[in-house]
Design a protein. Structure first.
Ligand SMILES: CC(C)(COP(=O)(O)OP(=O)(O)OC[C@H]1O[C@@H](n2cnc3c(N)ncnc32)[C@H](O)[C@@H]1OP(=O)(O)O)[C@@H](O)C(=O)NCCC(=O)NCCS
Length: 333
């Protein structure tokens, strides 16, 4: 199969019967084995309405229709609702090619891809080969997700700082700068306090694993004149539904000098301009005025307030949404 032979086009009303036949030929056996019944009328109605509305797309090899794909592009993720290749065209790489296109589109949008697959459908192994893993399961289905595979952590520069990838040798500097009340008091209550002697080492090792899985960026914040000496940290992750995509701290002797404003803006620029992410969800304790000002200044909108457990106890928290277009507007002011 040549990739150029495969065309994906929007479905039309006249594709309704083909779409239904494809679902029936690929899925009916699994449905009968699982439930003992096939809801033909409902399946026909859905195939017809998805074709008519253009929600589904037709996969063609040259001029021949060989399958159906349907992806719902939601704000938090792309949901792969259907990927059906008719039996005589299976096992020729068409499904893999279409799936790769779906994955690249989500990657470009900065979003993960999710899908549901019946437990008795061997397609589960196919999705696993393409980087999906089971996020949840029910007696009938697996709910799978393919997280965003982030690129290598780049070195970023600001006027005074260099942000470079976190490394194992940073553990002693983290232990020295982080274990202070002024740094931890408004951080998430899961941060152990009093901070254990091996706290930084555990943190760095855990971070390296998460980084190796391509799930999150970790930058050591250093002064340009001392690029090996970590004085703070900044983390960034894709929208995973937790509404918390960026975290930062800086050593107490360097707080209040505009340094995190500088670092956070550079990382935000990377997320919006290089990665093309549409937004960032951000949080802080209400009492953490400096952190909250950084968000407001970037153009973030306060979305909700809620109680949360911090290292210093339960207190009010703020959840912000920073949209790429709002950040760009604020930037030029
Ligand atoms: C929050 C933190 C990262 C801010 O970094 P920073 O380098 O000190 O911040 P900046 O100097 O860039 O200041 C950011 C804004 O907060 C203001 N600010 C700084 N320190 C402040 C303070 N103690 N009280 C009130 N406002 C303060 C600054 O004036 C600035 O506001 P402006 O842009 O309107 O002028 C830093 O204080 C810190 O590490 N705190 C501990 C860890 C933490 O709480 N992380 C955030 C968790 S959500």
């Amino acid at each position: 199969m040549k990739a150029s032979d495969i065309v994906i086009r929007r479905a039309e009303e006249s594709d309704g019967e083909f779409a239904y036949q494809t679902v029936e030929r690929t899925m009916k056996g699994y449905a009968l084995a699982l439930w003992g019944t096939w809801l033909e009328a409902e399946a026909r109605r859905n195939a017809a309405s998805d074709a008519k509305s253009g929600r589904s797309r037709i996969i063609q090899r040259g001029s021949e229709r060989v399958g159906v794909v349907c992806v719902d592009r939601l704000a938090t993720h792309h949901q792969l609702e259907q990927l059906y290749i008719v039996p005589e065209h299976q096992r020729q790489g068409i499904g893999a090619h279409v799936l790769q296109l779906v994955l690249s589109e989500a990657q470009a949008a900065g979003l993960p891809v999710r899908l549901r697959v019946l437990r008795n459908n061997p397609a589960k192994a196919f999705y696993e080969r393409h980087g999906f893993s089971v996020a949840a399961e029910s007696p009938e289905r697996f709910f799978m997700e393919r997280a965003l595979n982030l690129p290598e952590t780049p070195v970023l520069q600001t006027a005074r700082l260099v942000l470079r990838p976190l490394r194992l040798e940073d553990a002693p500097a983290i232990q020295r700068h982080f274990a202070h009340w002024e740094v931890v008091r408004w951080l998430d209550g899961r941060v152990p306090w009093p901070y254990p002697d091996n706290g930084a080492e555990m943190y760095v090792q855990g971070s390296m694993d998460v980084r190796a899985q391509g799930k999150r960026f970790f930058w050591a914040i250093c002064f340009k004149e001392a690029p090996h000496d970590l004085v703070g940290l900044i983390e960034l992750l894709p929208d995973d539904g937790s509404h918390d995509q960026r975290g930062f701290w800086i050593a107490k002797e360097f707080q209040g000098r505009g340094l995190m404003t500088e670092a956070a803006d550079r990382v935000t620029e990377y997320a919006f301009l290089q990665l093309g992410w549409p937004h960032l969800w951000l949080t802080n304790a209400e009492g953490n005025v400096a952190s909250s000002r950084i968000k407001r200044r970037q153009g973030a909108q306060l979305v909700k307030k809620m109680e949360k457990k911090y290292v210093s106890g339960v207190a009010g928290g703020e959840v912000w949404l920073l949209k790429s277009e709002d950040w760009k507007r604020h930037r030029t002011l």
